[in-house]
Design a binder for this molecule. Structure first.
Ligand code: HEC
Length: 163
């Protein structure tokens, strides 16, 4: 019995040491990128939740695609370019130095989202990131216009920064 207690205490002590070491490594600043493991886990959780949330409640897209894209271009200039940049792949200084960085909207990882997923992202935003939700300021129709517009952005040569 005593032996078991000693084991439990030893494991607990090891856990505390490991947790303290991990915590002292945590950085709160937005300039450095976190390690690959943190980026990987955060991305997987984000994509899983967005996929699940966007499966219901997304209204049908507008019928007139060309008009929607034109409308989306105007909305993009007002709502999105201040972080993602006018071309969608060269973020402004504000977007570039947040963490997570403002995404390259032409990148394959963003374009891999389905239309309902993009709609959900723009409407709700992404918690723990600088990506705001536009559900209170834009109508559903305008949010679809933005989805249709960012689908047509020309692919950038590089990602959103080399940092
Ligand atoms: C205040 C800055 C800011 C504004 C304004 C902004 N975004 Fe973002 N956006 C971000 C950041 C930061 C991310 C990265 C979030 C992440 O990686 O989790 C992001 C990510 C995204 C993503 C991709 C999500 C992903 O998982 O990579 C899309 C799509 C997007 N934004 C679209 C838009 C659209 C469309 C607008 C305008 C309606 C907009 N954003 C306005 C900061 C902004």
């Amino acid at each position: 019995m005593k032996r078991r207690l000693l084991w439990v205490l030893a494991v607990l002590a090891l856990f505390i040491v490991a947790a303290t070491l991990a915590l002292t490594q945590v950085q709160m600043g937005a300039l450095p990128r976190p390690g690959r493991a943190e980026q990987f886990v955060a991305t997987q959780i984000k994509r899983f939740v967005i996929h699940r949330e966007s499966r219901s409640g997304v209204p049908p897209p507008p019928q007139d695609l060309q008009a929607s894209i034109a409308q989306g271009e105007t909305g993009y200039g007002t709502d999105c370019s201040m972080c993602h940049g006018m071309d969608g792949h060269t973020p402004t200084d504000t977007g570039r130095w947040m963490y997570p960085r403002a995404a390259d909207l032409t990148s394959s990882s963003v374009q891999a989202y389905s239309d309902p997923e993009l709609f959900w992202i723009i409407k709700n935003g992404i918690r723990f990131s600088g990506m705001p939700g536009f559900g209170k300021v834009e109508s559903d129709e305008h949010i679809w216009d933005l989805v249709n517009y960012i689908r047509r952005l020309k692919k950038g040569k590089s990602g959103s920064g080399s940092d």
